[in-house]
Design a protein around this ligand. Structure first.
Ligand SMILES: [Zn+2]
Length: 291
């Protein structure tokens, strides 16, 4: 079975083609959401998808929220007026089949739980920390989409009750203190890539910025661990690529806050395995499960 997954991201559209559970091809194309409008962006998704040839299923991971009719509600990291724009319908028309959509946090979780760092485990919490912070919860081997597909929004867990205003309208969300932008700001540099380069070169302020983000990630993950008692917690995204700089303080914080209550000896907090194509792989798995 040839399963096509496409991941519409802020800077790139990614493709993963699976034959059963094996990735046989990956590809990317620039999103260029600042060039043209949503219609042109969706045409780029279709053009990349068509390079896969004949397939048995197609699904698309999107960077935000969609409604029941497959129209965009909020795609915060794309330029253009997306609210209300039909997404599923033009994709279905172009591919000649139903094209299920899922959000990027759910796609990441599905991929890491089924074929990535948590394969073989039944109860898994997945967190993806980049510009945005998202995630997904797999319980008893199934991704929990939640009502209106809104489960898994760990990026908007409050970690600082009186913290700064988040794009969602609340204050002190995890994303405002652990997202890539927050790390660059705390490191005093222009971009997250600059912060990562400075931290790996030994810059103390940049290292402290990563540690602060990791501690807040640990606070949010500790809360979820206490509530869910999962077998594995998978952490991915650009921030997690900093490795021990993030995983060290994160694990310490979870331990500090949960060790007397949660069965921590049995809960592993591990880096994601699938890399930047996790979202596209998750979409491919989701599409195959929904044909
Ligand atoms: Zn928020």
């Amino acid at each position: 079975m040839r399963r096509l997954g496409l991941d519409l991201g802020g800077t790139e559209i990614k493709l993963a083609l699976l034959e059963d559970e094996t990735v046989v091809r990956t590809a990317t194309a620039p999103t260029r959401s600042e060039d043209g409008g949503p219609e042109q962006v969706l045409e780029r998704v279709v053009a990349l998808g068509r390079t896969a040839g004949s397939v048995d299923s197609v699904a698309v991971s999107v960077p935000g929220l969609v409604d029941d009719d497959g129209c965009a509600l909020l795609f915060p990291n794309l330029h253009g007026e997306w609210a209300g724009v039909p997404v599923a319908r033009p994709l279905a028309h172009a591919f000649g089949r139903e094209v299920p959509l899922l959000n990027d946090g759910h796609a990441f979780a599905l991929a890491e739980a089924e074929v990535g760092a948590a394969r073989g485990f039944r109860d898994v919490v997945c967190v993806v920390c980049g510009t945005g912070v998202g995630g997904g919860l797999v319980l008893d081997g199934r991704l929990r989409l939640g009502l209106d597909d809104r489960a898994g929004e760990i990026g908007h867990h409050t970690v600082l009750p009186d913290g700064v205003l988040c794009g969602c309208g609340s204050h002190g969300c995890l994303e405002t203190v652990a997202g890539a932008r927050a790390i660059a700001d705390a490191a005093g540099v222009a971009t997250f890539a600059d912060a990562a380069a400075a931290a790996s070169a030994g810059d103390e302020r940049a290292a402290a910025a990563f540690e602060r983000a990791a501690v807040f990630l640990g606070v949010a993950i500790a809360n979820v661990v206490l509530f869910v008692a999962p077998e594995r917690v998978v952490v991915g995204g650009g921030v997690a690529e900093a490795g021990d700089l993030v995983f060290g303080p994160l694990r310490r914080e979870v331990e500090r806050r949960t060790a007397n209550v949660a069965p921590l000896a049995k809960i592993e907090i591990v880096p994601a395995e699938l890399g930047p194509f996790a979202g596209a792989i998750g979409a491919a798995l989701h599409g195959a499960a929904n044909v």
